[in-house]
Design a protein around this ligand. Structure first.
Ligand SMILES: Cc1cc2nc3c(=O)[nH]c(=O)nc-3n(C[C@H](O)[C@H](O)[C@H](O)COP(=O)(O)O)c2cc1C
Length: 163
């Protein structure tokens, strides 16, 4: 059956983004993640970020119940992780690929930036829920990002801190 949302998705695919894996602990305290490109910075004071969670995804319940989550911005060499965390049933962290800061939410090693967040607000909109996170801790590294463009991955230019 053809996808009735294909034309709209095709238009959305014109928007180039980075790739993140958003992660939390599920009800069994296991580290899980989902590939997300709806991540955005929202505010500096307080420091807030947002992302949109598809209410139909298998991990929606875990993210709706979690008080904390983390965002790992993927590096150019983490395409395999992006594909894996976007695959049905493939949401568990593998042994050794995660680490933890203050909130207990797991982050992926090898990221180019990470945000450890406390859930600040939630807004149900259409078939998604916008999750607003207050940044408790963050880091960033000089590295090349994974870029998502027209459903293809490309390697972005090296990002360093400016003046
Ligand atoms: C590049 C890319 C970006 C995605 N962005 C989002 C997003 O912002 N929010 C979301 O809920 N799902 C997003 N997804 C889809 C989820 O990753 C995917 O639906 C989920 O991992 C499928 O697992 P499930 O079948 O176990 O629910 C994205 C997928 C890809 C490949």
């Amino acid at each position: 059956m053809s996808d009735p949302f294909r034309p709209l998705k095709n238009a959305f695919a014109r928007y180039t983004t980075g790739i993140t894996v958003v992660s939390c602990l599920d009800a069994e305290r296991k580290a899980i993640g989902i590939t997300v490109n709806s991540f955005n910075s929202v505010s500096l004071e307080p420091a807030l970020v947002s992302w949109c969670l598809d209410d139909h995804t298998s991990v929606a319940k875990a993210f709706l119940q979690a008080d904390h989550y983390a965002v790992s911005i993927l590096a150019a060499d983490q395409e395999e992780m992006s594909n894996r965390f976007a695959t049905p049933g493939q949401h568990a962290f593998k042994e050794g690929e995660g680490e933890v800061f203050q909130t207990g939410a797991p982050l992926l090693k090898g990221r180019i930036a990470g945000f450890d967040c406390r859930l600040a607000d939630r807004l149900k909109v259409g078939d998604h829920t916008i999750l607003i996170g207050e940044i408790v801790h963050y880091d960033s590294f000089d590295a090349e990002p994974l870029v998502y463009c027209g459903r293809n991955y490309i390697k972005g230019p090296k990002i360093s801190d400016g003046a």
